[in-house]
Write a protein that binds this ligand. Sequence first.
Ligand code: TYD
Length: 237
Amino acid sequence: MTKSLSGLFISFEGIDGAGKSTHIAGLAAAFSDEGRAVTLSREPGGTPLAEKLRALVLDDAMDPLTESLLIFAARRDHLVSVIAPALRRGDVVLCDRFTDATFAYQGAGRGFDLKVLATLEQWVQSDEGLLGDPAGNQPMKPEVNTVIEPHLTVWFDLAPEEAALRLAGTRIPDKFESQPIEFFRRVARGYADRLQNHPERFARIDAFQNREAVWQDVRQVFVEKGWLEGATCHERH
Ligand code: TYD
């Protein structure tokens, strides 16, 4: 993570149905209560352009390279317009999914080349282009740049069978949610591989527990890092 970006960047991951949303909202409230400015966002999406790309990615069939390029295009716009400015302001950025989802869904889930994804990650998340002049005229030199990535990734680990049970009947499934269970087994293994490759960045949460227990575990991760105060006078869940 580059020195010039002084906020906190946290991403939340897990297969569909793992239950991250309420805990992201709980953390936003907890940080706000402690006087921190919070930027809440999501991927794909988070800007008007990236939300248009999200609709294409979630609704339309396409080959995995096209899908990855659209997702990384959305990510670039999101980083330039929302995440980097928020981090420079010193905000806590809570992002519902980030690049680990691309490795898990497009890489492990759809079987797309992880080396190509790693190259796109270097290009898109290069801080050089982001800290350059706002018109984007500064050339990117991915080989010498720092890659912007979350300080912490909270992974809600849940068995695909349980996630499917929790999702059943709750909403009309999108392109990914309507995939067979074997797809989500691969995605879950993709997340486990990312954790193995980035153990210092990942916090694994056992999402099989009830919501309150999951919340306590999530909160504890932030308390242990010294990012939230330990004692609470009230709980939100
Ligand atoms: P999700 O974050 O679960 O939002 P919602 O709760 O509104 O359904 O949905 C985003 C979907 O996009 C999810 O199925 C995972 C998928 N996705 C990818 O395939 N690759 C990515 O890089 C990202 C960020 C998401």
